[in-house]
Design a binder for this molecule. Structure first.
Ligand code: ATP
Length: 221
């Protein structure tokens, strides 16, 4: 059975999380203290409830401990976000994911037991800048300070050559882990796989090596 989620705070972030979870088949309860927000999302999730989640009694009445994951997407009202998180952990919710407004808010959330703290605005800001600086990098995921996974669009440097011919591992120390080509996704492509212009290559490597490869492939980026 699919996991059951509750999303508290139906702003832009909360509604996007709730609607996306619902669209992939998860059961989703959306909670907000604002009746308009609750009504606005009613058609796009499984259940909606109007409640102030800083009120312990109201929170218990939601049966919130039955949910596998609770996402707290209360933004501006940092006090409400902290109170809600604290209460959720106190009444025994197993996994609480919370959106933080800033680093200090994030630190407090971790201290009071949030299982995962996310910084969507900060992370998206970093991605937008990265994409402005290097348009050929479509997306990236930091694995550590030194290693990342990046998505690079194949340009002339890669086009019409096999992975063996490109020899990316020996020349640049990076590994191609997947390729999106012609609407299909190829995981662990074989050495004879031919890259076409416009294919999307997913690579893993040290940031210095990925940068070296990107500079070589896109000197004008
Ligand atoms: P976004 O950027 O995602 O739109 P935001 O950072 O502007 O969000 P807010 O709009 O401040 O965040 O909060 C998101 C939602 O959380 C609002 O719809 C608000 O009504 C709701 N909310 C705030 N406090 C509570 C609370 N105590 N109980 C339930 N919902 C709450």
């Amino acid at each position: 059975m699919n996991k059951q989620f509750a999303v508290i705070g139906i702003g832009r972030f909360g509604s996007s999380v709730a609607e996306t979870l619902h669209s992939i088949g998860c059961e989703v309860l959306a909670v907000d203290k604002d009746a308009n927000r609750v009504q606005g999302i009613a058609d796009w999730v499984t259940h909606v409830i109007e409640a102030d989640t800083t009120d312990e009694k109201a929170l218990r009445e939601l049966g919130i401990t039955n949910f596998d994951v609770v996402v707290v997407a209360i933004g501006e009202d940092i006090q409400a976000s902290i109170m809600t998180t604290l209460l959720l952990k106190e009444i025994g919710v197993k996994k609480v994911v919370v959106k933080a407004q800033n680093a200090l808010h994030g630190k407090v959330l971790e201290k009071i037991g949030a299982d995962k703290v996310v910084f969507p605005e900060r992370d998206m800001g970093v991605k937008v800048v990265q994409n402005l600086i290097s348009p050929s990098i479509l997306d990236f995921l930091d694995l550590s300070d030194d290693y990342s996974i990046v998505e690079i669009k194949a340009g002339a440097f890669f086009a019409n050559q096999s992975l063996q011919e490109l020899d990316i591992r020996a020349r640049f120390g990076c590994n191609v882990i997947a390729i999106r080509s012609g609407g299909r996704f190829f995981i662990s492509p074989t050495p004879d796989f031919i890259i076409h212009e416009g294919d999307i290559m997913v690579m893993i490597g040290h940031n210095d090596d990925l940068r070296r490869l990107q500079k070589k492939a896109y000197p004008d980026d």
